[in-house]
Ligand binder design. Structure first.
Ligand code: SF4
Length: 64
C-alpha cells in the first residue's frame, strides 16, 4: 500500500500527523508528506484512518 499527499489540497492542519506520525510529517512549508513507501503492514490501518480524517481529502491511498 502507498499513500500520496496532494499538495494542492493540503492545508497543513496536521491531523494526519497526529493520527499517524509514523507515516506523515509536515515539511517546512507546513504541508504534509509521506515518509515511508511502501506503508508497513502494521500501520496500514492508522495510515488509512489519517486519510479518512483529512478535511480536504488530500491523501490518496493506492493499494499494492
Ligand atoms: Fe494536509 Fe490533510 Fe494532513 Fe491536514 S490532514 S495536514 S490537510 S494532508
Amino acid at each position: 500500500m502507498k499513500a500520496i499527499v496532494n499538495k494542492e489540497l493540503c492545508e497543513g492542519c496536521s491531523i494526519c500527523v497526529d493520527v499517524c506520525p509514523d507515516v506523515y510529517e509536515l515539511d517546512d512549508n507546513d504541508q504534509a508528506y509521506v515518509k515511508v513507501d511502501p506503508i508497513p503492514d502494521d500501520i496500514e490501518a492508522e495510515c488509512r484512518d489519517a486519510a479518512d480524517q483529512c478535511p480536504t481529502q488530500a491523501i490518496e491511498i493506492e493499494e499494492a
